[in-house]
Design a protein around this ligand. Structure first.
Ligand code: NAD
Length: 489
C-alpha cells in the first residue's frame, strides 16, 4: 500500500488537517485509504522546498534529468498490475482501462526521459555580419500542478514528467478523491533518484491547498486539468501574477455517424467512447449525431449493446462498466437525467440507478434521443454515462451540430468516404479529431488539448508539453571583434 500523506522536501509527512476517508466506489464498505490532509502551512512548506531545490535541479544537465525519468519507467513497469488494481479500487474504472492508463502514464515518463537529449532551441541566421544567433530553452521555475480524479495516474505523469525534464521543480496537488494512486508516482520518482525538494505533493482541499499553490508568487508556471469553473478562476488568478498557465477543462464531444458508416463499428465506438470509464473522460463521446437514413437501425443496435453491458466491480474481469466516482458525481448525473426528462427528451436506454450491480455508485448507461442545440444535454458536460442523440440529413448539418457547443476537445466521424473524412478533419472545431474510432485517446508523443472553452494555454504532451515549462532566450554572439553590431547593407 503506498504512503498515505503528503510528500514535502523528500519526506512523507502526516498532514495536520482532517483525515479524509476514501472508499471504493464499487464497494462502499471498503475504505481504500485514510488520508490526513495538509493545511496551508504545509502547502507553503512544499512551495518553499521547491523554491530552494530549483537552482540545484536546473543545473543538472537535461540528459541526466531525463535519465531519472528513464529509471522511473523501469520501476513503474514492475508495478503496473499493483497500480492498476489500486486505481480501480480508488476511482472505479475497470481493470483493463486502469492498466491502459498506467501504461499511458509510463509512456509519458518514457517520452519525457528521451526529451532530456533533445531540449533545445534553434540556430537561425542573423542580419548582422559575423554574428551567431540562436535560442535556448530554460526552465521557468517552480511549477504548480493540479490534477483531477478521472486520470489519477496518467494525468500527473503527463504534467510532472515534462516539468521535471525541463528543469522545473514541482508542487503538485492531486484530486482529493484519488491521492493514493498519485502517491505511487511520487514513490517511484523518489526511488528513481529524484533529489529531495524537486517534487512535492500536497494532499488537501482545492479551495485551500489549490488556491495557495495558484496564488503564491513563486509558482511561475501553472498547469491545471479539471472543470471549467475551477479552471477559469485559476486562469484569472494566474494572469493577475503574470504566470504562464495552461488549463485543460471540459468537453462535449460529438461522434458523427454518416449514412455510409459501418454501423456495427460505429456502435462499438459509441459504447467505448460514451460508456468506457463510465463516461468520465474529458474526451468521452457525449453526443451522437446520426444520419436520418441509418438512424433507426443504428439506434436499434446501440440500445441492444448498451443494455447488454455488464456493470459491476471493475476488478471482476467480466465487468464492462464500473461505477461513477462518488456521490457528488452520481447526483450530477441523476440531475441531468431529470433535466433531460423535464425538457421532453426521449429516454431510450437506462436512466436509473443500477442497484443490482453492487453496493456502489452504479448508474445504468443512459441514452436520450431527440436532442437539439437548445437542450442542456446538448450543451453542458455531464461527465457520466449519459449520451445525447441528435439527427441530421447532410454533412453540413452534421458539422454545424458538432461545432454548435462552446467546448472543443475531441470529435469523431464514422464514414467510409475519404472525402468526407478529410473534410471533417478540417471542419471540426476541436483540438483532436478521430476517423472511424471513438473520440477518446491520447499518446505521449502527440499534443493533447482543446479549443474553445475547453482549453487555454499550450498543448500538453509531446514536445509542446515539455516546451510549456520553459522560456526562450535569444542569444547573439558577435565574433566580428568590432565591438558593435555591423548590419549587412
Ligand atoms: P475539479 O475542477 O473539481 O477539480 C480539479 C482539481 O482542482 C482537483 O485537484 C481539485 O481539488 C482542484 N481544485 C478545486 N478547487 C480549486 C481551487 N479553488 N484552486 C485550485 N485548485 C482547485 O475537476 P474534477 O471533478 O476533479 O475533474 C473532472 C473535470 O476534469 C471534468 O470537467 C473533465 O472534463 C475535466 N478533465 C479535463 C481533461 C482535459 O485534458 N481537457 C482531462 C481530464 C479531466
Amino acid at each position: 500500500m503506498p504512503h498515505q500523506g503528503s510528500y514535502i522536501n523528500g519526506k512523507w509527512i502526516t498532514g495536520s488537517g482532517k483525515v479524509q476517508r476514501n472508499v471504493n466506489p464499487a464497494d462502499l464498505s471498503e475504505v481504500v485509504a485514510e488520508f490526513p490532509t495538509a493545511q496551508i502551512a504545509e502547502a507553503l512548506a512544499a512551495i518553499a522546498a521547491a523554491e530552494a531545490a530549483w537552482p540545484m535541479w536546473k543545473a543538472v544537465p537535461a540528459p541526466e534529468r531525463g535519465r531519472i525519468l528513464a529509471r522511473a519507467v523501469a520501476i513503474a513497469r514492475t508495478r503496473i498490475d499493483e497500480i492498476a488494481t489500486l486505481l480501480t479500487r480508488e476511482e472505479g474504472k475497470i481493470l483493463a482501462e486502469a492498466k491502459g492508463e498506467v501504461i499511458k502514464g509510463i509512456n509519458c515518463l518514457d517520452f519525457c526521459g528521451g526529451q532530456g537529449y533533445r531540449l533545445g532551441g534553434k540556430v537561425l541566421p542573423s542580419e548582422a555580419v559575423d554574428t551567431a544567433a540562436y535560442t535556448i530553452r530554460q526552465p521557468i521555475g517552480v511549477a504548480g500542478i493540479i490534477t483531477p480524479w478521472n486520470f489519477p495516474w496518467s494525468n500527473p505523469c503527463w504534467k510532472i514528467a515534462p516539468a521535471l525534464v525541463a528543469g522545473c521543480s514541482v508542487v503538485f496537488k492531486p484530486a482529493s478523491a484519488t491521492p493514493l494512486t498519485a502517491s505511487c508516482l511520487i514513490e517511484i520518482l523518489e526511488e528513481a533518484g529524484l533529489p529531495a525538494g524537486v517534487l512535492n505533493m500536497v494532499v488537501g482541499s482545492g479551495a485551500e491547498i489549490g488556491d495557495t499553490i495558484v496564488n503564491h508568487p513563486a509558482t511561475k508556471v501553472l498547469s491545471f486539468t479539471g472543470s471549467n469553473p475551477v479552471g477559469s478562476r485559476l486562469y484569472e488568478n494566474g494572469a493577475k501574477k503574470l504566470a504562464k498557465v495552461t488549463c485543460e477543462m471540459g468537453g462535449k464531444n460529438a461522434l458523427i455517424v454518416m449514412d455510409d458508416a459501418d454501423l456495427e463499428r460505429a456502435v462499438q465506438g459509441v459504447i467505448g467512447g460514451g460508456f468506457g470509464s463510465s463516461g468520465q473522460r474529458c474526451t468521452a463521446t457525449s453526443r451522437v449525431l446520426v444520419h436520418t437514413d441509418v438512424k433507426a437501425r443504428f439506434l436499434e443496435l446501440l440500445v441492444a449493446a448498451t443494455t447488454a453491458l455488464k456493470l459491476g466491480n471493475g476488478l471482476d474481469p467480466t465487468t464492462q462498466m464500473g461505477p461513477v466516482v462518488d456521490q457528488d458525481q452520481l447526483n450530477t448525473d441523476l440531475s441531468y437525467i431529470e433535466i433531460a426528462k423535464n425538457e421532453g427528451l426521449k429516454l431510450i436506454a437506462g436512466g436509473s440507478l443500477a442497484t443490482s450491480a453492487g453496493n456502489g455508485y452504479f448508474l445504468e448507461p443512459t441514452i436520450f434521443d431527440g436532442v437539439n442545440p437548445s437542450h442542456r444535454l446538448f450543451q453542458e458536460e455531464v461527465f457520466g454515462p449519459v449520451l445525447a442523440v441528435s439527427e441530421f440529413s447532410t454533412y453540413e448539418e452534421a458539422i454545424e451540430l458538432a461545432n454548435g457547443v462552446a467546448f472543443g476537445l475531441s470529435s469523431s466521424i464514422y464514414t467510409k468516404g475519404l472525402v468526407t473524412a478529410q473534410r471533417f478533419t478540417q471542419d471540426t472545431h476541436s483540438g483532436m479529431a478521430h476517423v472511424n474510432e471513438p473520440s477518446i485517446g491520447g499518446e505521449a508523443q502527440l499534443p493533447f488539448g482543446g479549443v474553445g472553452i475547453t482549453g487555454v494555454g499550450d498543448r500538453e504532451m509531446g514536445e509542446d508539453g515539455v516546451n510549456f515549462y520553459t522560456q526562450i532566450k535569444t542569444i547573439f554572439i558577435n565574433y566580428s571583434l568590432s565591438g558593435e553590431r555591423s548590419m549587412f547593407r
